[in-house]
Ligand binder design. Sequence first.
Ligand code: FES
Length: 124
Amino acid sequence: MSWVDVGRIDELKFTPGSPFRIGDHWIAIFRLDDAWVAIDNNCPHASAPLCDGTVLDGKVVCYLHCWEFDLRTGACDVGPQWNVQTYPVREVDGRLQVHWPGPNPVDPNPVDPNADDRQPDGDQ
Ligand code: FES
């Protein structure tokens, strides 16, 4: 387990979530009124990127079929078998770090907000 640096807050792109990957795992960070939160970016229904959903009342609504996920708990409104993983986030000197529960990543690979290498859309 380790804190993985995601990047400078003012350089990350939020739509409304900001996607990044650790190895082959995609995570999305969101800003709520009083906290940063992070969840798995792949919607468990059909893999749409949750970073591009709509945030309402502390939940992200997937843009493909409107399933909702609580950004603090990962709970899915359709049923607990569809919950997504959440990750602690901390802000350090204007940068965001996510607590990664797996082995230390050899090559954490934050997304360059200016590059066109964001996670592709899920199946439709
Ligand atoms: S609800 Fe997210 S892909 Fe269907």
